[in-house]
Design a protein around this ligand. Structure first.
Ligand code: WT7
Length: 651
């Protein structure tokens, strides 16, 4: 971490907002002043940009650590994303422009989207789904993912979207934790030319999900209309989406929801083996995502906004679906991989659809860098006017590459720091207003209070420390589903009245934030959050494994890669094939994103005399660094032997 701080301290490049951009920007300096003077008044002003059925009577109730925003207010998220636009000429504007990985295309206007969502909402009702019921969504990046989310919001059902790359066991655990009554999935989805058999994974999962009563299956198989053979359908439980929607009326009244009614649950990894169901509610969440979308992405009539995240992650919830649609934007959605069939697929898409705002992750930018600047150079990227990044710290070199090769030195870059828990963007430049520095997320969004503290929670004016949020914000998580104690323990036990984000950070002379990454046992692999404990539990679940410790190591493209140290049970021998088997085992249990990069067999793991595994030393080994202090170890010989072994096996 000290190396990182040193490099960042040397970063002196500054990028003031281009004049042309500043002149037309939605954001102005005045936003910071307004929020500085009257924080709650600022958020009320943002909330007034939405359509409310009943106005709120109190802006905030804060009983640490439980916040309620816009008390007494009633609204419907789907009505805000659809109904108010179809009453205007925007009705005929594209809401979603979609391209499938094989190249198939669809454009859905606000009017059409409104009708599809109405039909899907009626289909859910017909299956007995009621307000407050949980609905699991396990879909590829197809328009039906957004339609399913909005249909739930329309009738007041709580969605829990599970990323299509997760395994059947991960899906099963999330369904059971939320006690979902209905699952919306597809027969398959495209990834690098192959069809991922989602319905088969779903079938494996729901064999162990007693709460599921119905399954809606979207047809994405290549056979086209009439070919329903790709999925096995269970009579009475499973229903084809297209058949039910064909029969359903497009008119479905939007359920008036309390501002604090649940909108969705989204699972994310923590420091234990069990993912946390992050709970988001209606009024505060929509206020924050709509307002950040308007000011951070500077959305205007005619923009084509492309956030490359999958709807399975919070970025997809907030900036593919809810934020942009609440603003009446046109979003681009793409189903597949960036390198399929060629490594310039993204630039082809930008040119073909005239994308104006592009939001992606540093891991993707580092891959583009590696693939070479000739690829974007071949395409017309002149429509782009604003770029964004999210998910992990962006190294200044990747920032500069993005600026030159994608932004053509013309587009501001917004580096946005936030989390599944924060619901929306928290620290970011406002384009047109804030000067950027490569590698810094810059300053808190108006109305957001971030603070740097030391290990004890004492505020620090600058330098290195921990990032906390010192005031509640509208889009904040309300609790962990079914486990309020864990909510207290994870975020509030450390500093009492301040939300502990889990990130280390540096605050510079100008009050700019440089996020350094997680300080807990959570890793960030290619922009995805993975808990070391989850992988360790998956490993020890294998019959040959006695004990496992997983650490992150620096990776050129993924930011962090996973290194697993494994001790075997009596009677099992280390071998190359067992290594592969263990990697495969983790991928099968959790999903491909969790597959360890390195597995190292060891007779012993370095432990303190009290039996605690010293992950710090394992990290030194995985990073190829000199070993830190080993004096507290029960057997100091273990680590030097491991280090020699690691260096000879992994190079
Ligand atoms: C963690 C949250 C927010 C959507 C994607 C990830 C890291 C996120 C940045 C950024 C440096 C970042 C943090 C954070 N992170 N954005 N701009 N600069 N780090 O959501 O899975 O909830 O992960 O991602 O470590 O705590 P998530």
């Amino acid at each position: 971490m000290t190396d990182q701080i040193d490099t960042l301290l040397q970063e002196t490049r500054r990028f003031p907002p281009p004049d042309g951009f500043a002149r037309q920007a939605n954001a102005t300096e005045a936003l910071y002043q307004a929020a500085g003077k009257d924080r709650l008044g600022f958020w009320e002003e943002q909330a007034r940009a939405l359509e409310w059925i009943t106005p709120w009577t109190q802006v905030l109730e804060w009983k640490i650590p439980h916040a309620r925003w816009f008390l007494g207010g009633r609204l419907n998220v789907a009505a805000n994303c659809l109904d108010r636009h179809v009453r205007t000429p925007r009705r005929n504007q594209a809401a979603i422009i979609w391209e499938g990985e094989p190249g198939d295309r669809r454009t859905i206007t606000y009017w059409e989207l409104h009708r599809e969502v109405g039909r899907a909402a009626n289909a859910l009702k017909q299956l007995g789904v009621k307000k407050g019921d949980r609905v699991a969504i396990y879909l590829p990046m197809i328009p039906e993912a957004a339609i399913a989310m909005l249909a739930c919001a329309r009738i007041g059902a709580v969605h829990s979207v599970v990323f299509g790359g997760f395994s059947s066991e991960s899906l099963r655990d999330r369904i059971n934790d939320a006690q979902a009554v209905c699952l919306i999935t597809a027969d398959g989805g495209y990834r690098r030319g192959a069809m991922l058999p989602l319905k088969r994974f779903a079938d494996e999962a729901i064999a162990q999900c007693p709460s599921i009563r119905h399954v809606l299956v979207v047809q994405r198989s290549p056979g086209g209309a009439g070919d329903e053979s790709f999925a096995n359908m269970t009579e009475g439980r499973d229903h084809w989406w297209h058949r039910l929607l064909d029969l359903a009326s497009p008119h479905c009244p939007a359920e008036p929801m309390d501002a604090e009614d649940l909108l969705f649950i989204l699972y994310t990894s923590g420091t234990t083996g069990k993912p946390k169901g992050i709970v988001h509610t209606t009024g505060g969440y929509l206020t924050q995502v709509a307002s950040t979308t308007r000011y951070v992405f500077d959305l205007k009539e005619g923009d084509v906004f492309w956030c490359t995240a999958d709807v399975g992650w919070v970025t997809g919830h907030s900036y593919v679906v809810y934020g942009p649609l609440a603003n009446g934007a046109t979003v681009l959605m793409y189903e597949g991989a960036p390198d399929w069939p060629e490594r310039d697929r993204f630039w082809k898409l930008v040119a073909r659809y005239g994308v104006t705002i592009f939001y992606t992750a540093p891991t993707a930018i580092r891959a583009f860098m590696k693939w070479g600047e000739e690829l974007p150079a071949k395409h017309d990227l002149s429509t782009l006017r604003l770029l964004g990044t999210v998910g992990e710290p962006i190294n200044p070199e990747a920032w500069m590459w993005y600026h030159r090769n994608i932004g053509r030195e013309r587009c501001p870059i917004v580096d946005t720091w936030w989390q599944t828990e924060t619901g929306g963007i928290m620290i970011t430049a406002l384009p047109g207003v804030v000067t950027t520095k490569p590698g810094s997320a810059t300053i808190p969004f108006p109305g957001i209070s971030a603070q740097l503290v030391d290990q004890k929670g004492v505020p620090l004016p600058k330098g290195g420390g921990l990032l906390v949020l010192s005031e509640p914000w509208p889009g904040m998580l309300r609790t962990i589903y079914g486990d309020d104690q864990r909510y207290h323990d994870t975020y509030w036990s450390r500093f009492g009245d301040k939300y502990f984000a889990g990130d280390g950070a540096k605050l510079d002379e100008d009050g700019y934030w440089w996020i350094l990454g997680r300080v807990d046992d959570v890793l960030n692999v290619a922009g995805h959050r993975i808990g070391t404990m989850e992988i360790e539990s998956a490993l020890v679940d294998h019959p040959a494994v006695a004990e496992a410790a997983v650490v992150g190591k620096t990776h050129e493209l993924k930011g962090q890669a996973l290194a697993a140290f494994v001790t075997l049970k009596e009677g099992h021998q280390p071998s190359a094939s067992l290594k592969d088997e263990l990697k495969e085992h983790v991928a099968r249990k959790i999903g491909a994103i969790a597959r360890p990069d390195d597995v190292l067999f060891s007779a012993d793991l370095p432990k303190t005399r009290s039996g605690k595994i010293m992950r710090r030393l394992l990290k030194d080994i995985a990073e190829g660094r000199a070993l830190g202090d080993t004096t507290t170890l029960a057997d100091p010989g273990v680590v030097s032997r491991l280090k020699d072994q690691y260096e000879s096996e992994e190079g």
